[in-house]
Design a protein around this ligand. Structure first.
Ligand code: HEM
Length: 411
């Protein structure tokens, strides 16, 4: 630990408090360490799969969904062509239009000038209503709707706010710089107008990890999030659980994925007043090390059959038990969620925030929906959370140079 940091901890009394709480100084340092984000790091827009699916999760998120006010398929093509071209520029850290326009408004809002691409990715999703809206086939796409793109069923614990749900189209923007991510959203909203009207949007930080190269970060409840995720390096698991393919998906979706998004509020005030033992039993993991209750290190195997004095060491309602492949016919999902903050909860005076839970999978019917049914029944985490927003999207495969997102579908 640096002298400056030691002096800072001593000055604030935190060093002493840490010792009193039994927290090693190394742990404090580890919690705050993050790999330095490289402003010039670039992730190409073109490829077999959309960037932003298995890309090691960047630090910041801007997520938005849009409703279409046009019923013209030609307008939809133009919109997706314009957004794709803009995504190419944005991923290179370039403006989406001329900046030096004299008497005319600039073609780009300009707040990313000098910031670099910061590993920005823009990923697009197509909502159920793009294919059929209240029985209407606005764009002649109803017969092309993939079978896995179902409406999410109601779950017993849902407390959904319709203004935080759905959308004809979704844009997921991730970057290592918050202003670079915001700039992308700002300009994509501008370029989408008037055909696409934003429906809901949310900024996120503090991602779930999905790469062996990443240290597992902590969520707002203080637990490491992403330990047992599908890792971007695990090609066999990606092929089996993430990429859309035959027989359930149509050819235009091969190499794409289905994205489920849930806005999950965490009752932070009540959680903060919960004993550490109770917190750890809720997840089935130790808070500081991230180890399962049956181990001592983060990546130790989760032993669901272990018991102490005849009682399961990982409780029956623990989140990692009910979400595990063992309890879900072997199914897994690729989680890529972010924390969010939304002001102060006037009822409790605590921070109002939670998780924008985002996951990718080959077929939500056997993956997210089956797992969430299980969790909604018995997950101990339900006492501390509420699902208030929900959406599902088909994310087409990646774009080849000269093409644009979903072009094969709209041909
Ligand atoms: C506020 C909401 C949630 C929080 C804070 C949360 C947090 C966590 C944490 C801390 C872990 C253990 C570490 C890890 O393996 O990443 C975990 C595991 C997991 N969670 Fe969640 N989670 C939430 C909601 C959900 C939802 C809605 C689902 C899916 C429907 C889900 C699916 C999973 C899965 C599949 C695992 C891995 C289980 C395993 O195989 O060990 N989580 N979650």
């Amino acid at each position: 630990m640096s002298t400056t940091r030691r002096a800072f901890l001593a000055g604030t009394g935190l060093g002493g408090a840490a010792a009193g709480l039994g927290i090693g100084v190394d742990l404090l340092t580890e919690q705050n360490s993050r790999s330095a984000a490289a402003p010039n790091a670039q992730i190409g827009f073109f490829g077999e799969h959309q960037a932003g699916t298995t890309t090691p999760t960047q630090e910041h998120l801007q997520f938005a969904t849009f409703d279409l006010v046009t019923e013209s398929r030609a307008d939809l093509r133009t919109l997706l062509r314009t957004w794709s071209a803009a995504a190419v520029s944005l991923s290179r850290g370039q403006p989406v239009g001329p900046l030096d326009t004299g008497p005319a408004p600039p073609g780009d809002t300009g707040e990313n000038v000098g910031l670099g691409p910061s590993s920005l990715t823009v990923s697009f999703g197509l909502g159920t209503t793009l294919f059929t809206q209240r029985g209407r086939d606005r764009f002649g796409l109803a017969s092309a709707r993939p079978a896995p793109l179902v409406e999410l069923p109601a779950f017993t614990t849902d407390a959904l706010d319709p203004t935080l749900c759905g959308g004809d189209l979704a844009i997921q923007i991730c970057a290592d710089d918050p202003q670079v991510a915001f700039h992308a959203l700002h300009n994509l909203i501008r370029l989408g107008s008037p055909a696409a009207v934003p429906r809901w949007a949310l900024a996120g930080f503090g991602r779930t990890s999905n790469s062996r190269d990443q240290t597992t970060p902590r969520n707002l409840m203080g637990f490491k999030d992403g330990t047992n995720n599908i890792m971007a390096e695990d090609r066999a698991a990606l092929d089996r659980f993430v990429w859309a393919r035959a027989p359930e998906s149509p050819p235009w979706m091969y190499g794409g994925s289905y994205m489920v998004v849930r806005r999950i509020e965490i009752m932070l005030g009540a959680w903060d007043a919960t004993s550490l033992t109770d917190q750890e039993q809720t997840f089935g993991r130790h808070k500081l090390s991230g180890a399962p209750l049956t181990g001592s290190r983060e990546h130790d195997p989760v032993k669901l059959n272990a018991s102490t004095n005849g009682i399961p060491t990982i409780p029956a309602g623990a989140h990692i038990r009910l979400a595990s492949p063992t309890y879900n016919d072997g199914h897994r999902i690729l989680r890529r969620g972010y924390s969010y903050l939304d002001g102060i909860d006037p009822a409790t005076g605590s921070a109002s925030g939670g998780v924008l839970f985002i996951c990718f999978q080959r077929d939500p019917r056997t993956q997210f929906i089956a797992i969430q049914r299980q969790l909604a029944q018995n997950d101990a985490l339900n006492r501390h959370t509420q699902h208030i927003g929900s959406a599902i999207f088909a994310c087409p495969p990646g774009v080849l140079q000269g093409s644009f997102i979903a072009e094969p579908l709209l041909a």
